[in-house]
Unconditional design. Structure first.
Length: 551
């Protein structure tokens, strides 16, 4: 399918729009906002996991892959959503959490009850002497990745929460179940699928991590992962000519991603990778703060753009999602230059080679939540790390400061639709508080403002639809050594597009030969100019276009 002109919008259903006052967003709420999304111009909606779930990890602990948690609505609501979206030219993409199930899934319950068929759906190992886990692997949410079950005197693997048991993909029956689930949704008319941490499904050997890190080298991009993906493709979505798939790849490599999302590799259409979102992790540690390393951000993004392009593979482009703090608070200036920096970050992403993803609220310029008490947090990861850091002797103030910058709840606060109570998200009590700046940052307000962040996203999305150079042009980094400007060029035949982004709140000057021949396609200041020597104002971002060979 030709998806290169398209843009995906990510909805976190729990936080989008609540219509029955229970404090949870729901499918009727999404339906009620389809016109808003059409106005934005997006082509796909990716819905975060909405299946029945005990919600230990907000739905990424799936209990039943074939139905919808009643708190979100019914299957009829879902079919209505698909139909009404389709009427507006929008397709739906579902989230497939296939690395693990909830321990409340019937398969795991049968496994615990002693059914050998289902026991073999999961990964069990004998412990080490002295009641020690099978190895030193750590859960991504903290603590050992193994849980003991006395009945078997064995441990099951959980790379995430203890209630998220890893599936045994070595078992052909598990792989068949997964393909069946995709086909079930395809038959309902779903063409799009996002695969959660799908590069973790093939475990290699179960050795101790010699470096006492978390063990990821033994299960990331594992030995049979490409084989499994090709098989899944062949058995399910690959049969649908309209399919669109994206894999979430944890700690992956360009080399593997050129295969996952290679043009002819018959695995997936595109990949999310995360290296560029670790440039503010001190010593690679998520819970150690440092200012983001701009040169590293630029180096990594350039490296991925070029590395994927060289092999004709395709990136998903993003700075925000439901697991990341808000990019505006992280890489921009959400106090002094909120609009300018939000637009600059959007331009950076949307003019690159790949498919842009907009995470709900990004188009409003939403910021981190800046919660001041641990009671305001809901995320299992934040709660775990709070306990762990406290036990290591860190002060409450210090930990809260870290969570303000790093908690996943920063991106999960409810969507502010207006400046009324709870931002019009719910008439009841929201499951997670809104960020308290909703009176200033909300959808009603931006829709009235022609100069809003929303209006800028509209332009970016429309430009991609219209211009082949944005879809297909080759990517060439520019000003690589510049310490404050992220610039690149796209080229297609005789056309050239140059994108220049000042990443800081200071004026800076750059020189780009022949720039005076270019016209300005888009900018975040009203009076930007195209000159060979450019004075860039705080967070100024300019897209320039030229048709006809230079020189
Ligand atoms: O996330 C995978 C993942 O590894 C993360 O981005 C995770 O949030 C991070 O490692 C924690 O520090 C996916 C989902 O997007 C996430 O919401 C789920 O919690 C996770 O998988 C488990 O299903
Ligand atoms: Ca609701």
């Amino acid at each position: 399918m030709d998806f290169k002109g398209k843009t995906v919008y990510q909805i976190y259903p729990k936080s989008f729009c609540d219509t029955n006052g229970d404090g949870w967003g729901d499918l009727p709420g999404i339906i009620s906002k389809l016109d808003y999304l059409k106005e934005l111009g997006i082509d796909y909606i990716w819905l975060n996991a909405f299946f029945p779930s005990p919600q230990k990890d907000n739905g990424y602990d799936v209990q039943d892959y074939r139905s919808i948690d009643p708190r979100y609505g019914t299957m009829d609501d879902f079919l209505q959503l698909c139909a009404e979206a389709k009427d507006r030219g929008i397709d739906i993409m579902l989230d497939m959490v296939f690395n693990h199930t909830s321990t409340e899934h019937i398969w795991f319950k049968r496994a615990l009850a002693g059914d050998p068929k289902y026991k073999n759906y999961y990964i069990w190992k004998k412990g080490k002497p002295g009641h020690q886990p099978p190895n030193n692997w750590q859960s991504k949410f903290g603590g050992s990745a193994w849980e003991y079950v006395a009945k078997y005197d064995e441990w099951y693997l959980h790379l995430f929460d203890v209630t998220q048991a890893d599936l045994n993909w070595e078992n052909p029956e598990v792989r068949k179940e997964m393909a069946d689930i995709i086909r079930y949704w395809s038959e309902k008319g779903v063409h799009g699928f996002r695969f959660d941490v799908v590069n973790l499904i093939s475990k290699g050997s179960y050795e101790d991590d010699p470096h006492h890190f978390d063990g990821r080298q033994f299960y990331t991009d594992g030995p049979r992962v490409h084989e499994y993906l090709r098989e899944l493709n062949e058995r399910s979505f690959g049969r649908d000519p309209q399919h669109l798939t994206v894999g979430e790849m944890s700690s992956t490599s360009i080399e593997n991603c050129t295969e996952y999302a290679g043009h002819a590799s018959n695995e997936l259409d595109m990949v999310f990778s995360f290296h560029h979102l670790k440039v503010d992790y001190k010593d690679q540690k998520k819970w150690e703060l440092m200012p983001f390393d701009f040169m590293e951000l630029k180096r990594i993004m350039n490296e991925w753009q070029i590395g994927m392009q060289e092999k004709n593979a395709w990136n998903a482009l993003f700075l925000n999602n439901h697991d990341q703090p808000r990019a505006l608070s992280r890489f921009g200036d959400d106090q002094k230059y909120p609009k300018e920096s939000a637009k600059m970050l959007a331009t950076l992403i949307h003019m690159m080679r790949g498919t842009p993803y907009v995470y709900q609220g990004e188009e409003l310029g939403m910021t981190n939540a800046y919660f001041s008490s641990i009671d305001q947090y809901r995320d299992v990861e934040s709660k775990n790390i709070y306990r762990i850091l406290l036990s290591q002797g860190r002060s409450k103030e210090e930990i809260l400061h870290i969570l303000q910058a790093r908690s996943r709840d920063n991106s999960r606060t409810p969507m502010p639709w207006n400046d009324q109570k709870n931002g019009g998200f719910t008439s009841g009590t929201p499951w997670l508080s809104l960020a308290d700046n909703y009176e200033k940052i909300n959808a009603k307000k931006v829709l009235k403002d022609p100069d809003s962040v929303f209006a800028h996203y509209q332009k970016l999305i429309a430009l991609r639809k219209k211009m082949r150079i944005i879809q297909d042009g080759i990517y060439v980094p520019r000003l690589e050594e510049n310490q404050s400007v992220f610039a690149y060029e796209r080229r297609l035949g005789k056309e050239s597009l140059i994108v220049i982004n000042n990443f800081y709140g200071k004026m800076t000057e750059v020189e780009i030969p022949h720039l005076h021949q270019y016209q300005i396609l888009l900018s975040n200041y009203k009076d930007s100019r195209a000159e060979d020597a450019l004075q860039l104002r705080p967070y100024e971002s300019i897209v320039l276009y030229f048709k006809g060979a230079v020189e």
